[in-house]
Write a protein of this length. Structure first.
Length: 428
C-alpha cells in the first residue's frame, strides 16, 4: 500500500472539544469524511462571475454553513442542537490544525436541498463544475491544504441512473476540482456494497473511470461483511486500476458472540492490502442516539455534558489504535506547482517570477531600474538577490536556496498566494 488513511465518517462528535479531539488523535485517526450540505448553498451566482465574486461566494458558504450533519438524521439534529456553534469551517480548521486529510462529501441531504436540488439536474452541472473549481482554489490558496479529496454525492443510487445522471455529474465536478488542483483526488460510488449493479455500472463507464481516483462504497451491515462483497468489489476496482476505499463502514457491530473484540479483528484485517483508506461511522456518539445492531461506539457522552466522555470498550479502543498505528501510511501529495530547490542564473520557472516580484517590492533592496518580471533568472536578478541576502545576513551568493526562499515567502505571503492562484488557473 502506498497510503492507508484511518478516518472518521461524518460527525457525532465536537471537533472543538479538546477531549473529543484527544480521544481520536490518540487512536491515530488521520482523515475525516465531512458531509458538505450543498442544500445550504447561498443563492446561485452566474458561472461567469469574476474570480473575486466567486471567492466571496465560497467564503460566505464556508463561514456560514453549519456542520454538515446538522440535518443528516434525527440523532444528528439532536446532537447539533446541543453543539450549535460547530460549523463546516470548524471542521476544516480542525483538519488543518491536526493535519488530517479532509474528504469532502458534497451532496444535498434529504431534509434540506435548497435550490441545487437533491439530485442536481443537467442544467446545474456546468455550475457545479465551476463551483468545484473555485472551491478547490479557495482551499488551496486560503487554507493552504496540500490535498483535499472530493467525494461526489452520497447514496447516488437513490437519485438516478449511472449513465444518465451520476456519471455526467461526477465528470463535471471532478473536472472542476482537478482543473484547480490537478493532484487532488476524487471519490465516487458512495453506495452500499450490496448495490453491486450500481457499482458495476460505474466501473463500466469509461468516461467516469477517467475522472475518478477512488471507488468508495459503504460496508455497514452484517450481511455486507459476511457476504465477502468487499473482496469482490476490490477485485473489480483493481481491474479498472482504481483505488478502493471504505469511507463509511462499521466493523464494530454489537451483534457478535466473541467478546470483547467481536468481529473487529477479522473484518478490519481483511482490508489490509486492499483498502487505501477507511472511515468508521460513529466512533464517538452521544447517549441520546442509543444503540443498534449495525453500529457501535468506542466513546459515549451525555448531550448535556459533552466533556464527560467515557470509553465503552477499552479492548476495542486499544485494538483499533494498534491497527491504525501499525498500518497508517500518510496520504500521497502530488505537488501541483513544482518549485525548484535552487534558483540561480539560468533558472526559468514561476518561482523565479515570485522572486523577481519580491525583489522589486522590497524597499530595502532599492532596485533602480526594477527587474523585468519574466520568470528568467539572469545576472540582474542574481545581483538583486545578493542585496536581499545582505539585508538578512545570508550568504551573498546570488542563489536562492530553501532558506532564502522561505524568508521571501514569510515576508510576502500575499504575493506567494497570488503565485499559487495564478499557477492554478494556468498562468506560467
Amino acid at each position: 500500500m502506498k497510503e492507508f488513511i484511518p478516518a472518521i465518517c461524518y460527525s457525532s462528535w465536537n471537533c472543538k472539544n479538546p477531549i473529543h479531539v484527544k480521544a481520536l488523535n490518540d487512536m491515530n485517526f488521520r482523515g475525516w469524511r465531512i458531509f458538505v450540505p450543498l442544500g445550504m448553498l447561498p443563492a446561485q451566482i452566474p458561472v461567469y462571475s469574476t474570480s473575486s465574486q466567486w471567492r466571496n461566494y465560497i467564503s460566505n458558504f464556508v463561514n456560514n454553513c453549519p456542520d454538515g450533519c446538522w440535518d443528516w438524521d434525527n440523532f444528528s439534529t439532536n446532537w447539533w442542537g446541543s453543539n450549535p456553534n460547530q460549523r463546516f469551517k470548524d471542521c476544516l480548521d480542525f483538519c488543518k490544525t491536526n493535519k488530517w486529510l479532509p474528504i469532502l462529501n458534497l451532496c444535498s441531504s434529504d431534509e434540506t436541498h435548497g435550490w441545487i436540488g437533491l439530485a442536481p439536474t443537467s442544467d446545474k452541472w456546468a455550475w457545479l463544475n465551476k463551483f468545484c473549481y473555485e472551491f478547490a482554489l479557495y482551499l488551496r490558496v486560503v487554507y493552504r491544504f496540500d490535498r483535499v479529496d472530493l467525494s461526489v454525492i452520497n447514496e447516488p443510487n437513490e437519485k438516478g441512473a449511472v449513465n444518465d445522471w451520476y456519471a455526467p455529474l461526477v465528470i463535471a465536478m471532478s473536472n472542476g476540482w482537478k482543473k484547480a488542483c490537478s493532484g487532488w483526488k476524487v471519490h465516487a460510488c458512495g453506495v452500499d456494497l450490496s448495490r453491486q449493479n450500481f457499482i458495476n455500472d460505474c466501473l463500466n463507464n469509461p468516461e467516469m473511470m477517467e475522472a475518478v481516483d477512488y471507488i468508495s462504497p459503504h460496508c455497514n451491515t452484517i450481511g455486507e461483511w459476511n457476504s465477502r462483497l468487499m473482496e469482490l468489489t476490490y477485485e473489480n476496482v483493481k481491474d479498472k486500476d482504481k483505488k478502493f476505499a471504505l469511507l463509511e463502514m462499521s466493523p464494530v457491530s454489537q451483534s457478535n458472540n466473541k467478546p470483547p473484540l467481536g468481529y473487529i479483528p477479522e473484518r478490519m484485517n481483511r482490508m489490509i492490502g486492499k483498502c487505501d483508506m477507511y472511515g468508521i461511522v460513529l466512533m464517538i456518539r452521544n447517549e441520546a442516539i442509543g444503540t443498534s445492531n449495525d453500529f457501535d461506539d468506542i466513546y459515549m457522552y451525555n448531550l448535556n455534558n459533552p466533556s464527560e466522555l467515557y470509553c465503552t470498550s477499552t479492548a476495542k479502543r486499544d485494538w483499533i489504535t494498534g491497527f491504525n498505528k501499525t498500518y497508517y501510511k500518510k496520504y500521497e501529495v502530488e505537488d501541483d506547482m513544482q518549485l525548484d530547490k535552487i534558483y540561480e542564473d539560468g533558472s526559468r520557472s514561476i518561482g523565479v517570477t515570485f522572486i523577481q516580484k519580491v525583489l522589486n517590492y522590497d524597499i530595502d533592496v532599492d532596485l533602480e531600474p526594477k527587474l523585468k518580471v519574466d520568470g528568467w533568472f539572469g545576472s540582474k536578478t542574481a545581483e538583486a538577490v545578493k542585496l536581499y541576502q545582505k539585508n538578512f545576513n545570508l550568504k551573498e551568493d546570488g542563489r536562492v536556496g530553501e532558506k532564502t526562499f522561505k524568508i521571501m515567502i514569510f515576508g510576502n505571503q500575499n504575493l506567494f498566494d497570488e503565485l499559487v492562484y495564478d499557477y492554478a488557473i494556468g498562468k506560467r
